[in-house]
Design a protein around this ligand. Sequence first.
Ligand SMILES: [Zn+2]
Length: 427
Amino acid sequence: MSTYPRHRTTCRLCDSGQLELVVPMTPTPLADAYVPREQLAEIQPCFPLDLYQCRACGHVQLLDVVDPRLLFGQYSYFSGRSGGLVRHFQQYAESVLQKTVPAAGSLVVDIGSNDGCFLRFFQERGLRVLGIDPAQNVARAANEAGIETLAEFFDGALAERLARERGRAQIVAANNVFAHTDEMAEMADAVQTLLADEGVFVFEVSYLLDVIDHLLLGTIFHEHLCYHSVTPLDAFLRRHGMELIDVQRVTIQGGSLIGTAQRVGGPRKSTPAVAELKALEDRRAMHDPATLKAFSGRIEAVRSDVSSLLRRLQDEGRVLAGFGAARGGTLLIYHFGLGNRLRFIVDDSPDKQGLYSPGFHIPVLPTAALYEQRPDDAFILAWVHSRSIIQNHRRYLDAGGRFITCFPQIEIVTRDSPPPDPHAAVP
Ligand SMILES: [Zn+2]
């Protein structure tokens, strides 16, 4: 039995002990642990969130592991509630179907299937679908919506049972979970057990190159243990009997990678994209710790700018609120020293309203509070959505409010600022 939290000492992909601290971060509580009023007396522990790089294979990862039962038992995020994500999953599912052309009745298994919104597109095409998600509440919602879902953790024993009882799967999917387990080797072996000889394993993960280029600080949280790049990932899959045959960069969540793998020597040809991205990673020296340390330096430069700005705003007596009770906001609040400065946080989602932020317990109010309480400035915590937040709340600017965005650099947006460029690169 493992005890948590624990600090591993070997690379999650290749087992090497040559690990180097490349991006030190401020410890935070679990990023999504917004609490109700009844729990305000409980202190929420902070866990380390430092990024390390393996000098043997280049893989970037967290080494501090929090109890997965704490992280995934009651997950509050429902994919199907986000229109953008549903459209993305639809396009993604269609491209998988086009590439793989599975026979009617083939089995599709989605690991970390959430509310079933990805599987639905396969079910509509006459395929058998099965979701696996350890969060009881999302599994229940998926079952009620007609997507059969097991509320279990995916492991070797479950993979064997499913292969025996239902046959092996033509498509195994793992979206945003193939970076969320400490037991990557066990997970890859379990996928292989479940995968039909001619089947494909498709997965979506946040892409390290985008994390670096777009300073995607919001992707750094305790569930997200692996920050994948193609070179170490392909080597890892090969050690577990699979090979990458395609990779595609997509803009979802600020920049992600959709990987397609098959059993080594399977029937499908690899696309040039795999070699192309490996070459790009080489050119960008992504597996050299100096590159990640430079990334850390850019974060520290923003942090120092934010801290001078906060001092200035405090001297001027301005009231500051936060915008977006997003998971990614927790690290910003801790790393940038916003915890004692935000009077409240506003969020559009009724699920978050009335709760309190992880650790600092800043109240989350409906966005109407921007207009009723009129804070002088609103610091955008859900900063990948800065553009749409600013567009949707012109009225706050018109009334004299200001938005503060901090990436790629600090910007104070007022009613006189030019509208954001809709064609600007993501984010
Ligand atoms: Zn490694």
